[in-house]
Design a protein. Structure first.
Length: 221
């Protein structure tokens, strides 16, 4: 791993795949300061170009292009929804139904987003993995990539993510956590040069596994 705990899962002449830690920016953005994934890779003499982003709080798998052609091809696969993006999340409440999908359109407002009829189509599929005390552990299949889509859809459904402060009131949280409990666990892509189908996975980081252990211990009492 790098000094900023950025784990490199795969690297070749065309792409680099990383496991981004929570707290590290994916890309530079207005009003946000600090290092980005690109900055940390440069420290290790790896030049890479961002293709997609994860929120600063969110950990997990990201792919970057090593040159402009690779980035353009990867961006096209994301636009065509030819990628697999599976997320792990811990949400407040008992999710009902246990599996399903939400299609509320999302309007990007710059610093945040909202469900609105003026927004763009958004599709989030989910299934329950387990119920732990007052929370539900879910797997989320992100079929579109709107800004803050997972966080917004779950909050709108009245199952805000644990640690959510942007789309839910932290003072109302049944479980306190320092960041949003969301992790990009699996990313499946088509390699921009070889055309091979590749899949990368990142295990839950320590802070999330410790959160689960704490909840399980509390629920048994």
């Amino acid at each position: 791993m790098t000094p900023s705990r950025l784990e490199i899962l795969h690297s070749d002449d065309d792409i680099v795949v990383v496991n981004k830690p929570s707290g590290l920016l994916s890309v530079s953005s207005p009003g946000a300061s600090g290092k980005t994934v690109v900055d940390v890779l440069k420290e290790h003499r790896i030049v890479a170009l961002p293709v997609h982003r994860l929120d600063r709080d969110v950990s997990g798998v990201m792919v970057l292009g090593r040159h402009e052609i690779a980035r353009a091809r990867l961006e096209e696969t994301f636009r065509a929804r030819s990628v697999t993006k599976l997320y792990w999340a811990l949400v407040q409440g008992r999710v009902v139904p246990e599996a399903g999908s939400w299609t509320w359109p999302i309007e990007d407002r710059g610093a945040d987003a909202t469900v609105s009829s003026r927004g763009k189509p958004a599709l989030t599929k989910f299934r329950t993995l387990s119920r732990i005390g007052p929370c539900t552990e879910v797997e989320v299949d992100l079929l579109t990539g709107r800004y803050n889509q997972i966080r917004l859809h779950f909050a709108y459904a009245r199952f805000p993510l644990v640690g959510e402060r942007k789309y839910a009131f932290g003072r109302d949280a049944v479980v306190k956590f320092r960041r949003v409990a969301l992790h990009a666990r699996t990313l499946g892509i088509v390699h921009p040069q070889s055309g091979m189908e590749l899949q990368f996975e990142a295990p839950l980081p320590v802070d999330l596994t410790e959160l689960l252990s704490r909840l399980k211990s509390t629920s048994r009492k």
